[in-house]
Design a protein around this ligand. Structure first.
Ligand SMILES: NC(=O)c1ccc[n+]([C@@H]2O[C@H](COP(=O)([O-])OP(=O)(O)OC[C@H]3O[C@@H](n4cnc5c(N)ncnc54)[C@H](OP(=O)(O)O)[C@@H]3O)[C@@H](O)[C@H]2O)c1
Length: 221
């Protein structure tokens, strides 16, 4: 891998991915809302930030996302679901990475292996959902998984060496989990980054469109 683009480079996992790739000698372009004004929920912003980049990225990874947006905590009951919180979750966790995929097509090489990956979450799995709760986040990630799977089918027609995948990073010690999973075993971001890069490197084009965890195991849709 020579060139990588990390979207959400200011986040816990995004920053660790930038560092891990740089340590491997990869030329990394990192973009974020904080440092570059890239708001993935606004197409003008995505188009402006990605439009100026030269094509040829071996990896484009979207590491943006949030569990709590605008003070709306993940819902334990349907009684707490609101239209606004659901719309905000869809905007950030599904529409955002989808717009990035749209504007990434011209940046991915057609003549060699390339990977487009978005950080999803195991809780977006319908088949794996035994606990309930977290309605809006779960549903937005499930919708993201469908976008990634559908995008992979189209991408394969123009980029036959490319992969488009959804990845579950594990439970990672970042701001994201500080309030909600602090009691769970959490891996440090640098370990999560190296796990994810290991999975990305091992995937074959036949696996495009899939949903994989940090160990490279398929997650149920
Ligand atoms: N941590 C975990 O255990 C875990 C588990 C499963 C899945 N995930 C997924 O992994 C991804 C990254 O999580 P993380 O733990 O690294 O979270 P994090 O440390 O909270 O980072 C979140 C990132 O998202 C960016 N972001 C938020 N809203 C944005 C917007 N509208 N436009 C552009 N960027 C925006 C933030 O940018 P700024 O700070 O610059 O605003 C930041 O870079 C998320 O999709 C999350 O769902 C994480």
């Amino acid at each position: 891998m020579e060139k990588a683009l990390i979207i959400g480079a200011s986040g816990g996992i995004g920053a660790a991915l930038v560092a891990a790739l740089q340590a491997r000698g990869v030329a990394v372009t990192g973009l974020s809302r904080r440092d570059d004004g890239l708001d993935v929920t606004h197409e003008d912003s995505v188009a402006a930030c990605l439009g100026g980049l030269e094509p040829g990225f071996d990896l484009i990874l979207v590491a943006t996302g949030a569990l709590e947006i605008g003070g709306a905590a993940p819902e334990k009951t349907i009684r707490r679901v609101t239209a606004q919180a659901m719309a905000d979750q869809f905007a950030l966790n599904c529409i955002g990475p989808s717009l990035v995929l749209k504007h990434s097509l011209r940046l991915l090489p057609r003549d060699r292996r390339a990977v487009f990956a978005a950080l999803s979450a195991r809780v977006g799995s319908i088949g794996d959902n035994a606990l309930g709760g977290w309605y809006s986040y779960r549903t937005a990630k499930a919708a993201l998984n469908q976008m990634i799977h559908t995008g992979a089918i189209e991408l394969a027609r123009s980029h036959r060496h490319a992969l488009c995948v959804a990845l579950h990073p594990g439970t990672v010690a970042t701001d994201f989990t500080a309030e909600y999973a602090a009691s769970h075993d959490r891996v440090p971001p640098d370990r999560a980054a190296s796990n994810l890069l290991g999975v990305i490197e091992a995937l074959t084009p036949a696996e495009t469109g899939g949903f994989f965890d940090w160990q490279g195991k398929r997650v149920a849709w």
